[in-house]
Ligand binder design. Structure first.
Ligand code: TLP
Length: 349
């Protein structure tokens, strides 16, 4: 039976054009700065997000880690949302490896962090009992709040706050291009207020591996050293960078199709009695929902029953589930999964 994987857009496989580009990639030793394909990817990525320079890193997690370590010294503090990926899903790397404290403040349902909460998180730099506030981290799209695209106006307001208080501003833009497509703005504009931004090639853009961290030349020089320190210096990395270039050239515009497919999925789910859409789904390529408490299936049983019908999805917190649309699922996959929902939910009610 064919399986449709809605767990994440990280499950996308490289396209045929990517595989060809990888096979033919011109390579060199990137630790010596001699891989022309990596150099091209970094240049292209930086240009697309409006920064001076880029650094190819293994993953979004490494991009955020390197960025935070480049901005903050040990004992300093990064302010971020309680729903932020860096706080929830990155094994506390910035604290474990960088000695950087995480100061969390609530995300609002629309994915933003209230300016008053940022203000309240500020430390007194003259009080030596306190850590030093150094950085604010935003996320766009905000994954755990519903894949929410965050507006340019809001990001600018946080920039003004950060400048006023001498803080750096980093953007986890793992899905920045989804936000750009949803808001109808270039990614470079959305990232213009921030000092550094990382985005993933390996999600909706379909490349098999990698993210790019972008910022000014000095920041990227520092980041390059930190990437090496973390064991992320790659050699003939042009083989994978080549797929990233295809992702940037060919896969950005089509993210709109993923958003339309998520809308179709959400419409279908909303017609199923036992399914309740949550987090204002869908806002981009993610659909969050809860299953009615009348359904006597544990999370594990429900996921297992759906898997038996050929549909993979993920739980995203107590009683809540997430489905993500991407290049490797289509209208037929949505229709099959809606039938699977009907079958599984009616069976066990
Ligand atoms: N997110 C994954 C899981 O880790 C939850 C997913 O399936 O959504 N920032 C954001 C906003 C992300 O959503 C992710 C991945 C990352 C960073 C990390 O990227 P990778 O997986 O490349 O380290």
């Amino acid at each position: 039976m064919k399986t449709y994987d809605f767990r994440s857009d990280t499950t996308t496989r490289p396209t045929e054009r990517m595989r060809q580009a990888m096979a033919n990639a011109e390579v060199g030793d990137d630790v010596y700065g001699e891989d022309p394909t990596v150099i091209l990817l970094e240049r292209k990525a930086a240009e697309m997000v409006g920064k001076d320079a880029g650094l190819f890193v293994t993953s979004g997690t490494m991009g955020n880690l390197v960025a935070v370590l480049a901005h903050c010294a040990r004992g300093e503090e990064a302010i971020m949302g309680t729903q932020g990926h860096t706080f929830l899903h990155e094994a506390s790397g910035i604290s474990v490896l960088g000695g950087v404290a995480m100061h969390t403040v609530p995300n609002q349902p629309d994915g933003t962090i209230a300016l008053a909460d940022l203000e309240g998180a500020l430390r007194n730099p003259r009080d030596y009992h306190q850590p030093i506030s150094r950085l604010v981290i935003l996320e766009n799209t905000q994954n755990d709040c519903g894949g929410v695209p965050i507006s340019l106006e809001y990001t600018k307001s946080v920039e003004a706050f950060a400048r006023q208080h001498g803080l750096f501003l980093h953007l986890d833009g793992a899905r920045l291009f989804n936000a750009a497509v949803a808001l109808g703005l270039p990614a470079s504009e959305l990232a213009s207020p921030v000092d550094s931004v990382t985005f993933c090639l390996s999600k909706g853009l379909c490349a098999p591996v990698g993210s790019v961290l972008c910022g000014n030349q000095d920041f990227i020089r520092k980041a390059r050293r930190l990437r090496k320190l973390l064991g992320g210096g790659m050699r003939q990395a042009g083989v994978i960078a080549a797929a990233g270039i295809v992702g940037l050239e060919e896969m950005v515009e089509r993210l709109a199709e993923d958003h339309q497919l998520a809308a179709r999925l959400a419409r279908g789910l909303s017609e199923i009695e036992q399914v309740h859409l949550s987090k204002n789904s869908p806002q981009t390529n993610m659909v969050f929902f809860k299953i009615d408490s009348s359904v006597k299936l544990s999370t594990k049983e429900f996921l297992q029953a759906m898997r038996q019908e050929g549909v993979l999805l993920m739980d995203s917190g107590p009683g809540e589930y997430r489905m993500v649309t991407h290049h490797d699922v289509d209208e037929q996959a949505v229709d099959v999964s809606l039938s699977a929902f009907r079958k599984v939910l009616s069976r066990k009610c």
